[in-house]
Design a protein around this ligand. Structure first.
Ligand SMILES: *Cc1c(COP(=O)(O)O)cnc(C)c1O
Length: 374
C-alpha cells in the first residue's frame, strides 16, 4: 500500500458547504431578522421554483421525504384494506409510509436498472391495489411510460418516490411530473439538500395541492378551522431559505455528477467480474449514487477502504426480508433479482465536489482490484 495515500470519503458535506457559507448565513440572517420561521415567504418561493423546475402546476413543501410519501397516501385516501405496489430494494421509507396508513405494501421485483419491472408490477395487481409507488433509485427514472399505461388500465394512482432523483427525466419529462404526486426528500445526503430534514411534493392537480397544504398543517383550513385530523409536517422557512441558495447550483451540480459517471464508465468498462450501471436512450439520470456490482462485493469494499476510498451499500437488506416486514409474509427467494443485487451492489463516491484526481484514484483502485485478483 502507498505510504502517502489519498482519502476519498464517500460524502463530504463540509466541502460542499464551505463555498456557500456566506450566502447561507446571509439567507439565514434575513429569516432571523424577519422572524417568519413558520410558512414564511421563502417556503412559497421555494415551492414555486421547485414546481417550475419539475414542470408541475404546484409543489408543497413538507418536513421530510417520508412525510411527502405519507401525506400523498393520506390525501388519496389510501388506508386499511388497500394495497400499494412498490420495490423491495428501496430505502425502507417507501414501504413504511404505506404500512403506516394501514394499507399493505406489496412488492414487485426490479430489473437490471434497479427499478420496478413493469411486467412484475402488472402481475402483482389485485382488486385491492390502489396505487403504484415506483422509486427512481440511484437517480435513474423508473419506466414511467409503461407504469403510466398500466396505472391507467387498472385505474391506479401513481405516487413517485423521487427522493433520489430531482431533475431526472425520461423523454424530457422530469420525475415528479409523471405521477399523481411526486415525493422528494431534501435530506442532507440527497442531491438537493437542506441543512436538516426537509421534503417537497409535486402535483399537477391544484385541488390535491390545496388539500396537501391543509394536511401538512394539522388539517387547519384557516387559523381556527380544522377540516380533518392531521400532523405537523411543515417545511421550515429556514430550510426553504437554505434550499433557495442551493437551487441556483443544482443543474451545475447534476452535470458534474453526470461527468463523474461518464469518467467511471470510460475507465471501468470491460473489467472482468465488474458490472457497471448503464444509460438507456431517452433517459436523463442524475446519479444520486453510482452503483457497481460484483460477486466479490465485500472483498472489494474492504480493498477500497484499505486504500482510503469510502463506499456504501444502498441497501444491503431488501425490505421484504427486514424484521419489520415479517407480518407481510414474504420469504427469501420471493424477489430473486433484488436479493441477488443486494449481495453484489456497491456505491462508489460520485458527489459533485469530487476533484478529478480523486475520481482517477477511485477508478485506479477499482481497476487494481479486478486486475490483480481476476
Ligand atoms: C431518503 C429516502 C426517503 C426518505 O426521505 P427522508 O427525507 O429521509 O424522510 C424515502 N425514499 C427514498 C428512496 C429515499 O432515498
Amino acid at each position: 500500500m502507498a505510504v502517502t495515500q489519498l482519502k476519498v470519503p464517500y460524502v463530504d458535506l463540509a466541502r460542499q458547504h464551505a463555498p456557500l457559507k456566506g450566502d447561507l448565513l446571509a439567507a439565514a440572517g434575513r429569516v432571523i431578522d424577519r422572524g417568519n420561521f413558520i410558512l414564511g415567504a421563502e417556503v412559497a418561493e421555494f415551492e414555486r421554483r421547485f414546481a417550475d423546475l419539475c414542470g408541475t402546476a404546484d409543489a408543497v413543501g413538507v418536513s421530510s421525504g417520508g412525510e411527502a410519501l405519507a401525506l400523498s397516501l393520506k390525501v388519496l385516501g389510501i388506508g386499511n384494506g388497500d394495497e400499494v405496489i412498490s420495490a423491495p430494494n428501496s430505502f425502507v421509507g417507501s414501504a413504511s409510509s404505506i404500512a403506516l396508513t394501514g394499507a399493505k405494501p406489496v412488492f414487485a421485483d426490479v430489473d437490471d436498472s434497479f427499478n420496478l419491472d413493469p411486467a412484475k408490477v402488472e402481475a402483482a395487481i389485485t382488486p385491492r391495489t390502489k396505487a403504484l409507488m415506483p422509486i427512481h433509485l440511484t437517480g435513474r427514472p423508473a419506466d414511467m411510460e409503461r407504469l403510466t399505461e398500466i396505472a391507467g388500465r387498472f385505474h391506479l394512482y401513481i405516487i413517485e418516490d423521487a427522493a433520489q432523483a430531482v431533475l431526472a427525466a425520461r423523454g424530457g419529462k422530469r420525475v415528479g411530473a409523471w405521477g399523481t404526486t411526486g415525493c422528494f426528500s431534501l435530506h442532507p445526503l440527497k442531491t438537493l439538500n437542506a441543512l436538516g430534514d426537509a421534503g417537497v411534493i409535486t402535483t399537477d392537480d391544484q385541488d390535491l395541492a390545496d388539500r396537501l397544504r391543509v394536511l401538512r398543517n394539522f388539517g387547519l383550513r384557516t387559523r381556527d378551522e380544522c377540516a380533518e385530523w392531521s400532523t405537523n409536517s411543515r417545511l421550515d422557512t429556514l430550510q426553504a431559505a437554505m434550499l433557495l441558495v442551493k437551487l441556483d447550483r443544482l443543474e451545475a451540480w447534476t452535470e458534474r455528477r453526470r461527468a463523474n459517471a461518464a469518467y467511471y464508465f470510460e475507465k471501468l468498462s470491460g473489467l472482468p467480474g465488474l458490472k457497471l450501471p448503464f444509460d438507456r436512450p431517452g433517459e436523463y439520470q442524475v446519479h444520486h449514487t453510482f452503483v457497481i456490482r460484483s460477486q466479490r462485493r465485500d472483498e472489494l469494499k474492504a480493498f477500497l477502504a484499505a486504500r482510503g476510498v469510502g463506499s456504501s451499500i444502498h441497501y444491503p437488506i431488501p425490505i421484504h426480508l427486514q424484521p419489520a416486514a415479517k407480518s407481510l409474509g414474504y420469504k427469501r427467494g420471493d424477489f430473486p433479482v433484488a436479493e441477488r443485487q443486494a449481495a453484489e451492489i456497491l456505491s462508489l463516491p460520485i458527489h459533485h465536489d469530487l476533484e478529478q484526481h480523486e475520481l482517477a484514484y477511485v477508478a485506479q483502485c477499482v481497476t487494481e482490484f479486478f486486475e490483480q485478483t481476476s
